[in-house]
Write a protein that binds this ligand. Structure first.
Ligand code: SF4
Length: 334
């Protein structure tokens, strides 16, 4: 049965794959870029960022030579900014320790910053045709359904089990195409909600379908806990300058720019409020004007920035949209 599933997947892929620029290259630098961009990001959105990065940083040397602010600025809008910081740090490691040549063994690739099992297997197989099976969200879904396997995919025992299943299914003669095929199959055919099983090329082999359990697979053990966080910003102008704060600490938005925080909640109503959802936090962002006596002006990371230079400062999405929509109005009231 495994042999049949492998063959069906490869054939399905040859007939249904989307044309994507990172699939036509064997260059590990471009493949790595695409894989980091595509973590937590949809293909459609990832495409434009991939184009942006490959144009701006056509070689790993260009990326390593860029300053962090430029890299974060190019990443702006994609979220999960630790990916961009790791990308940059890893490019420097490859340039300095590997003379700019991307390492070609699974273990060396996995030892790089920001690269876990999945990404190491993807780069090893796509760029170097090494026999490592990828397991991402799409693969979990396909395997759990085809084999009617309900071990939780967010438990370490479950992850081990699915990695073994994926290894057993791997087509070692064509590891790159096999890995692409099973991920693409999960993305296009075996979709999370209401997959069209009637037309599915694997429906004769799919135990989850036979047992009528598609809707409960894959199983997750824990629900993501979302905490509520409130941030009160104060906006300060000084003629043509505005006060920004660089987030230096750990946590969300590290090294991005926002506005100074108020220490106590101001008594005035905010000029604008919004909520912004992150994977683990629901943020309420309140924007105030000139809350002088409550701001830690002595804090590190505060910087007066010329408004016309604001674009070159990487910012979280809600801050950027606040600036786009309200800054001119606020400044004209000044
Ligand atoms: S039959 Fe349905 S559940 Fe099974 S692999 Fe195909 S699309 Fe997925």
């Amino acid at each position: 049965m495994l042999q049949q599933i492998k063959t069906i997947l490869l054939k399905w892929y040859s007939q249904n794959q989307r044309e994507l620029p990172w699939r036509t290259t064997k260059d590990p630098y471009f493949i790595w870029l695409s894989e980091i961009i595509l973590q937590q990001t949809r293909v459609q959105q990832g495409l434009s960022y991939y184009q942006l990065f490959t144009e701006k940083f056509p070689t790993i040397f260009d990326l390593a030579n860029a300053d962090e602010q430029t890299v974060l600025n190019t990443w702006q809008g994609l979220g999960y900014y630790s990916r961009a910081r790791n990308l940059h740090a890893t490019s420097r490691i490859i340039v300095h320790q590997y003379k700019g040549v991307f390492p070609s063994s699974f273990e060396e690739i996995k030892s790089l910053k920001g690269i876990g099992n999945y990404t190491a297997a993807a780069i090893s197989s796509f760029a170097f045709d090494l026999p490592y099976a990828v397991v991402d969200g799409n693969v979990y879904r396909v395997l759990s359904r085809v084999f009617d396997e309900d071990s939780p995919i967010d438990s370490s025992a479950g992850q081990k089990l699915f990695q073994n299943l994926a290894n057993n299914l791997l087509n070692t003669s064509f590891p790159a195409n096999h890995n692409q095929a099973i991920m693409e199959f999960g993305a296009l055919q075996c979709v999370p909600v209401n997959p069209n099983c009637d037309i599915c090329v694997l429906n004769q082999h799919c135990l989850g379908r036979q047992n009528n359990r598609i809707n409960v697979l894959p199983v997750k053990e824990k629900k993501t806990k979302v905490s509520k966080v409130q941030i009160d910003y104060s906006i300060h102008f000084d003629e043509n300058k505005i006060l920004l704060r660089k987030r230096l600490g750990k946590g969300i938005w590290q090294h991005l720019y926002e506005f100074p925080h108020c220490i106590d909640m101001p008594k005035d109503p905010p000029v604008f409020s919004e909520t912004h959802l992150l994977s683990h936090q629901k943020l309420t962002l309140n924007y105030y004007r000139n809350v002088n006596n409550t701001i830690a002006f002595e804090e590190n990371g505060l910087e007066w920035v010329n408004i016309k230079d604001l674009e070159s400062y990487p910012k979280p999405k809600p801050i950027q949209s606040f600036i786009d929509n309200y800054l001119d109005e606020l400044n004209s009231e000044n």
